[in-house]
Design a protein around this ligand. Sequence first.
Ligand code: FAD
Length: 453
Amino acid sequence: MDQTTFPELKSRIAGEVILPDSPEYNDLRHVMNGNGSPALIVRPRSSEDVAEAVRLAREYQLAVSIRSGGHSMMGLSTNDGGLVIDLAHFNTVDVIDPAQNRVRVGAGAKWGDVARTLAEYGLAISSGDTNSVGVGGLTLGGGIGWMVRKVGLTIDSLEAAEIVTADGRVLRVSEQEQPDLFWALRGGGGNFGVVTTFEFRAYPLQTVYGGMVIYDLADLETALPKWAEVMRAAPEELNSTAVIFPGFGPEMPPALMILLCYGGDDEAAANAAIRPLLELGTVKLQMIDRKPYYAMLEDAHPPVGVRAVGENGFVKTLNPGVLAALTANYGQPGTPMVQIRSLGGAMSRVDPAATAFAHRDYEAFVLAVTFVPLDASQEQADQARSAVWEPLKPFASGAYVNFLTDASDTSVATAYPAETYARLSRVKAAYDPENLFSRNHNIRPNGRGEMFR
Ligand SMILES: Cc1cc2nc3c(=O)[nH]c(=O)nc-3n(C[C@H](O)[C@H](O)[C@H](O)COP(=O)(O)OP(=O)(O)OC[C@H]3O[C@@H](n4cnc5c(N)ncnc54)[C@H](O)[C@@H]3O)c2cc1C
């Protein structure tokens, strides 16, 4: 973009307009999983500002990246030569109706800050496991968090949102207002506009019991099936993730890590639920304590100089076949890291057609990740991605869009069943027919797999 347009842009946007020669540019051009050289970064302060930024993108035919927390697994919230709409100033957390536990949260808030603020009111929203992940990206993909079995996905607590659409309209969406768009926002990602705020129904929660137990990897073959059995019978307050960790150097040897969170105040009930997870094998380390919910969220420690590539999917039941595939193929140095999140409970009671996130009735979510150099070619990354998943492919179906590390039509197709995709495509055609918002796991406005432009 021609720098001479800068004064004009400045007068059109009340928020910040950051160009390559602005002092803040270098701090804002890159995101966690991707480097970028956008032509400009706009940090709006109002919905009208967002609408103006959207109009500007159309006028100058700029590619648009939307950024909330900047944790896109593929670095999609920056770009080269386009516009970044960075929602950092939309970061407020307000309890708007205390009687109904109704909370309005800015899209650019970070989940760690949301959890800390809501703790002051004795409330919580089930989000992810990481402080710095943004409200916008996580919510629009679904949100698998520490209370998923008790209260469902993050979108299952969503009651309304404000969105700026491709034509610059500012709309409120809910079950009653633009219900088709509200349906699409709950799992369809950033395809339909720029969401500025979300309204959630939060849950009363003061305390959790949580942490980690580390088992010797030698126990994997027996401990993993026991973990699955325990979680099958566990109360919905208990959520757990098993991590088959291949080790990083001599200080961090391979291990089976069981991460867990019991969401509730009752110590006796928490102990009874957690105890079986402490008896899966030879415990090498145990760190479980009573704490506020926000203390369950951790800081991200992305490895330097590499990028994550992986695959994910949903497993109907953790049957002997899938357990054997997990224990035989992962855990040794050099193998991918595998996360198995227990699901079920509240998440599964929602009709798969009720939201664009359709993978409801599964026992577990599985994610396998490896790392490639930052400058790895697309071909190398594709090969690594396919290799990490080979042993699990026969047992898994679907995919969670927020953990995809590939945005091809084929990958997007795994995230949405055919009927879901067709409905998403109709909503896309109604609200973004020219596919302005295409830097994402893209829903085509004219049906699956056909390039719009
Ligand atoms: C360290 C780490 C831990 C994670 N843990 C979890 C977890 O426990 N559970 C879970 O469910 N997911 C988890 N994720 C995945 C996470 O949900 C996605 O990466 C999500 O997209 C990040 O959201 P963000 O706002 O931080 O990202 P951004 O990079 O800002 O946004 C990602 C994409 O979402 C869309 N988007 C973002 N904000 C908006 C908006 N306001 N309006 C419209 N579109 C928007 C855009 O397409 C954008 O490219 C994790 C990711 C990381 C990196």
